[in-house]
Design a protein around this ligand. Structure first.
Ligand code: ADP
Ligand code: MG
Length: 297
């Protein structure tokens, strides 16, 4: 196990930010820690990275106790904090060199992480000149410097524009092939896009812990499609294997299909044949969404 948490409680004054939390994360798993704002995600991550101590309970990272063996825990984890404090006046390489010094990491590792995180074209710039997406890459490069086995990423995709989002998601997916990744988010779609498993937290308690494949197991699939024009529900029901159509707002429709086969290309062909323009087309994990709503409302 890369991460083991047993009965962790964190009390801030009289408030229990975490209330008897237990879970574990296996090696090379990408686990999403999903919950609304204020659920306790960052608090858990600060405990796992030794920034704060739990009030009660035990946690291990890479086999090291977070309260008793902080040095070894820090060597084992790369941490991207929620509000990643970057020095905007420093050049990318300068910043990484500074941290490499702290970790006593060889200089050639700096070039490796720059390459790994796709920073090469921006590596000569000052951090302050970078877009939010590239700043996140700097944060990720920094977290990877000492080649840790476990990455703890606190809301790594929040505040990114759609293109940056796709890039950072892919990057995290790639990193997750070799390393254990524990990432937090309050956005369900992020879990869908990056994770093997989801742990849902609400008001300091874990309310679900599920593999994404189990959530996808159902026989149904929902596709969200937006056209440039109004379409009759009955017309959309002509789509192969369509069982239900819901017009959610404007020209946006949720079409349920009785199959797990990806039906987006059929929707696309259908639109083309009927001279409709598609403005957006997405699949959604209906079970994850309803689970999240039900558990956090
Ligand atoms: P999340 O990351 O899921 O949004 P946090 O772990 O940041 O949640 O916060 C959980 C709860 O603990 C919130 O109600 C927050 O206001 C409270 N909290 C977080 N840090 C502190 C602190 N240092 N002192 C007092 N309360 C805190
Ligand atoms: Mg947070």
């Amino acid at each position: 196990m890369s991460i083991t948490v047993k009965g962790i409680t964190k009390q801030y004054g009289t408030q229990k930010a975490l209330n008897d939390i237990s879970f574990s994360v296996d090696t090379a798993e990408v686990v999403g820690f999903l919950g609304p704002n204020g659920a306790g995600k960052s608090t858990m991550m600060k405990i796992l990275t030794t920034y704060i101590n739990p009030t009660e309970g035990k946690a291990n990272v890479n086999g090291f106790d977070v309260s008793e063996d902080k040095k070894n825990v820090q060597k084992s984890v790369g941490y991207l904090p929620e509000h990643n404090p970057l020095y905007t006046d420093l050049y990318v390489k300068e910043y990484l060199r500074f941290n490499a010094g702290v970790y006593k990491v060889e200089n050639k590792r700096i070039e490796e992480v720059i390459k790994m995180t796709g920073l090469t074209p921006e590596a000569h710039k000052k951090i302050g000149q970078l877009s939010k997406g590239y700043r996140q890459r700097v944060g990720l490069a920094n977290a990877l410097l000492h080649n840790p086995d476990v990455l703890i990423l606190d809301e790594p995709t929040t505040g990114l524009d759609p293109n940056q989002l796709v890039d950072i998601r892919n990057l995290i997916r790639t990193i997750g092939k070799e390393k254990t990744v524990f990432l937090s988010t309050h956005i369900m779609q992020e879990v869908e896009a990056m994770c093997d498993r989801v742990i849902i937290i609400n008001k300091g308690k874990i309310v679900a812990d599920k593999k994404l494949t189990d959530l996808r197991d159902g026989q149904e699939q929902v596709v969200i499609v937006e056209f440039d024009y109004r379409v009759e529900d009955a017309f959309l029901l002509k789509l192969p294997k369509a069982t239900k159509v819901k017009n959610t707002h404007d020209f946006v429709y949720e079409v349920t299909f009785s199959t797990t086969e990806d039906m987006r290309s059929h929707v696309f062909d259908f639109a083309h044949d009927n001279e409709l323009k598609i403005l957006q087309l997405n699949q959604k994990n209906a079970s994850l969404e309803s689970l999240f709503r039900e558990l956090t409302n």
